[in-house]
Design a protein around this ligand. Structure first.
Ligand code: SAH
Length: 223
């Protein structure tokens, strides 16, 4: 795992405190996930006025009415995918690109889909600025996945839908895992870890109660 270029070490101590107090203290022990969080400079993904708050224990606004997820939720989602390195991963809901960068530290290749063009463009800039080349951002309705690069070993959805889209299940490789918040548009949601066994049986395991922005699209909530 290589550290992205240009990390601003003025934030190194805050990043370390975040990993220890928000992530490890809450029981996330996956060494790959912890190393990825230590490597990605979160301050490079938030608007300049929010930089001082980049390592706080809650979501932050990133423009266009959207947010960068709380660090713990990024960690829980990434750990839920059980990546070991070398995978091809799909993320739906790029936002600022932070979670995609974290996934890209572990996986071989990440495709991330964002429906708002201005956010997709910003995320591409953030990633390019750090020299991250294995994360590809696409502007489209991610509730339909990204068929061009399917199948994926793992899929992370970072916006909440009424159910796991059939399109995403169809683009998952055998033995793959989907982590996605499912529930009400603005009310109760659960982060689910979904998989399909060799016998074809589907399993959905709740990881945590969450509050995400809605997944808007053909297989999400009505835009
Ligand atoms: N992964 C981000 C979280 C972004 S918030 C992080 O690292 O913090 C969720 C994002 O999902 C928003 O930017 C929103 O615009 C996007 N989104 C909502 N519906 C979508 C859809 N159908 N396809 C792609 N992106 C979608």
């Amino acid at each position: 795992m290589t550290r992205p270029d240009n990390a601003d070490d003025g934030f190194a101590a805050e990043r370390e405190r975040m990993v220890v107090h928000q992530i490890e203290a809450r029981g996330i022990a996956d060494a790959r996930v912890l190393a990825a969080l230590r490597a990605v400079p979160r301050e490079a993904f938030v608007p300049t006025v929010e930089r001082a708050f980049a390592y706080e224990d809650h979501p932050l606004p990133i423009g266009a009415g959207q947010t960068i997820s709380q660090p713990y939720i990024v960690a829980l989602t990434t750990a839920g995918l059980g990546l070991r390195g070398g995978e091809r991963v799909l993320e739906i809901g790029t936002g600022c690109g932070y979670a995609a960068a974290v996934l890209g530290q572990i996986a071989a290749e990440v495709h991330s889909v964002e429906r708002i063009e201005s956010l997709a463009a910003q995320a591409r800039e953030h990633l390019a600025g750090l020299g991250i080349a294995n994360v590809h951002v696409h502007c489209a309705d991610g509730s339909l996945g990204w068929p061009a690069a399917a199948p994926y070993d793992a899929i992370a959805v970072t916006a909440a839908g009424p159910e796991i889209p059939a399109a995403l299940k169809a683009q998952l490789a055998p033995g793959g895992v989907i982590v996605m918040p499912v529930g009400d548009r603005h009310g109760h949601q659960e982060l689910l870890r979904w998989s399909r066994g060799a016998d074809g049986r589907e399993r959905a395991e709740p990881l945590c109660d969450v509050r995400f922005v809605p997944l808007l699209g053909a297989q999400g909530f009505t835009p």
